[in-house]
Write a protein that binds this ligand. Structure first.
Ligand code: ATP
Length: 351
C-alpha cells in the first residue's frame, strides 16, 4: 500500500463521453431542374467521429463551409443525419418527439453566434429565462424562480440582476446579450454545450471575457463542450482537443498543444499561418497562399482522393486518386489524414 497516494480505480480515471458521434454524415440534396443539370448533392459532413467528455472542450476548427455548423446541428438533433450515430451517455439518440425530445434538448444545448437572433425581441429577459426554467421542469414558486434568475445572472456575471431582467434584448449590448444567451442555455441544466462561433460577432475587446466565462462554467458545472471556430489560435487557448475540418472531413485531430505546436496536415499548417499574429501585421487568411474565403466548402462532386489535394502545395499523384487513411503522429492521440504522413508514401515531395 502506498501511504498518502490515492489510487483511483480505472473507471474513475478514464472519463466516459457524455455525447459521442460515430461516422456521422450529412448529405444535402439540392433541387435543380433538368436545365440546371439535374439533381445535385453536397456532402457537408463525412464520417466524423468525436467524443465530448464532462469538464473538457473539443474544438472544431475550419474555414467557412467546412461543415462545422452542420455537425453542431446534427448533434443538437436539429437536422437528421444521413449516416452514423449519435449517443448520449452511451445510448443511441433517435429523432424524438414530445417529452423525450425536450429532455434531450435540455441536456444538449446549442449556443449560436448571434445573440440577437437567439433571443425573442418582443419579450423581456425575465420572461425568456423563466420560460426555459419552466419548460425544463422547474416547478418552483414565484420566489424560487426569482432566486434562480438571480443566480443565473450572477453566474454569467451580470450584476445586479434587477438591472437586466426587465429589459428587452434591443436594450442590451452584444456582450451582455451573449451572457444572457449563455444564462438561457444554463437554465435548461445542460450537461453538453455546443458553442457555434460564440464570440465571432462580438467586439474583439469583449471576446476574451466571454471565453473565460465559458471556461469557468466548464470547470464549475463539469460541462462537456464543443467549441466551433474558424480561429485556431482561440481553439488552442480554450480547448483540450482540436479537430481540424476540411470539406466535411476531419483531416487532423489531437491534443490542442500538439496540433498547434506540431501541425502535420498542410491545411492545419496554413490555418496556423493565417491566424492573426501581431508579428505578421496586416496579413490575413485571404493573403496566405492556398487559403481564401470559402475554400474549405464542401464540394458538389466529392473528389476521389484527398479533399485538400487541389490546394495542397505538396500534393503527389496518389493524393488525387485515393483518400489517405488516418495515421498516428505521436502516441498521445495526435492523428492526421494525409499521404505525407503515411508509412507508404512518407518521403514524398516535402521530405
Ligand atoms: N440546408 C442546407 N442545404 C444545402 N446545403 C447546405 C445546407 N446547410 C449547409 N449546407 C452546405 O454544407 C456545407 C457546410 O456548411 P456549414 O454551414 O456546416 O459550414 P461551416 O463550416 O459551419 O461554415 P460557416 O463557418 O460559414 O458557418 C456548405 O457547403 C454549405 O453550403
Amino acid at each position: 500500500m502506498n501511504a498518502g497516494i490515492e489510487v483511483l480505480p480505472l473507471s474513475e480515471t478514464v472519463k466516459k463521453p457524455v455525447l459521442e458521434a460515430s461516422d456521422l454524415g450529412k448529405t444535402f440534396h439540392l433541387g435543380g431542374g433538368r436545365s440546371a443539370g439535374g439533381h445535385r448533392k453536397v456532402v457537408a459532413v463525412d464520417a466524423v467521429n468525436l467524443a465530448l467528455c464532462a469538464g473538457s472542450t473539443v474544438a472544431l476548427v475550419g474555414e467557412s463551409g467546412s461543415g462545422k455548423s452542420t455537425v453542431a446541428r446534427l448533434l443538437a438533433q436539429l437536422l437528421p443525419a444521413s449516416a452514423g450515430e449519435v449517443r448520449l451517455h452511451g445510448e443511441p439518440v433517435h429523432p424524438r418527439t414530445g417529452r423525450q425530445r425536450r429532455r434531450y434538448v435540455g441536456e444538449v444545448q446549442l449556443l449560436l453566434q448571434d445573440p440577437f437572433a437567439s433571443l425573442n425581441p418582443v419579450h423581456t429577459i425575465r420572461y425568456q429565462l423563466t420560460r426555459v426554467l419552466r419548460l425544463h421542469g422547474n416547478h418552483a414558486g414565484r420566489r424560487g424562480i426569482e432566486e434562480q434568475l438571480d443566480t443565473l445572472l450572477s453566474t454569467v456575471q451580470l450584476h445586479p440582476a434587477s438591472q437586466f431582467l426587465d429589459k428587452y434584448p434591443h436594450e442590451l449590448s452584444g456582450g451582455q446579450l451573449q451572457r444572457i444567451a449563455i444564462a438561457r442555455t444554463l437554465a435548461a441544466s445542460p450537461s453538453v454545450l455546443l458553442l457555434d462561433e460564440p464570440v465571432s460577432m462580438l467586439d474583439v475587446s469583449i471576446r476574451l471575457g466571454i471565453l473565460n466565462l465559458l471556461a469557468n462554467l466548464k470547470q464549475q458545472q463539469d460541462l462537456a463542450i464543443l467549441y466551433i471556430t474558424h480561429d485556431i489560435a482561440s481553439a488552442r487557448y480554450f480547448a483540450d482537443e482540436i479537430l481540424v475540418m476540411y470539406r466535411g472531413h476531419v483531416v487532423e485531430r489531437g491534443p490542442s498543444e500538439s496540433v498547434t505546436q506540431h501541425p502535420t496536415h498542410p491545411y492545419t499548417q496554413l490555418l496556423i499561418e493565417s491566424a492573426p499574429d501581431p508579428a505578421r501585421r496586416g496579413r490575413d487568411a485571404a493573403e496566405v497562399p492556398g487559403i481564401g474565403r470559402g475554400g474549405g466548402a464542401a464540394s458538389a462532386a466529392a473528389p476521389t482522393g484527398c479533399p485538400f489535394a487541389r490546394r495542397c502545395p505538396f500534393a503527389m499523384d496518389v493524393c488525387f486518386t485515393q483518400m489517405p487513411a488516418v495515421s498516428a503522429v505521436d502516441e498521445e492521440g495526435h492523428e492526421v489524414r494525409c499521404w505525407l504522413n503515411s508509412p507508404e508514401t512518407a518521403g514524398g515531395p516535402r521530405h
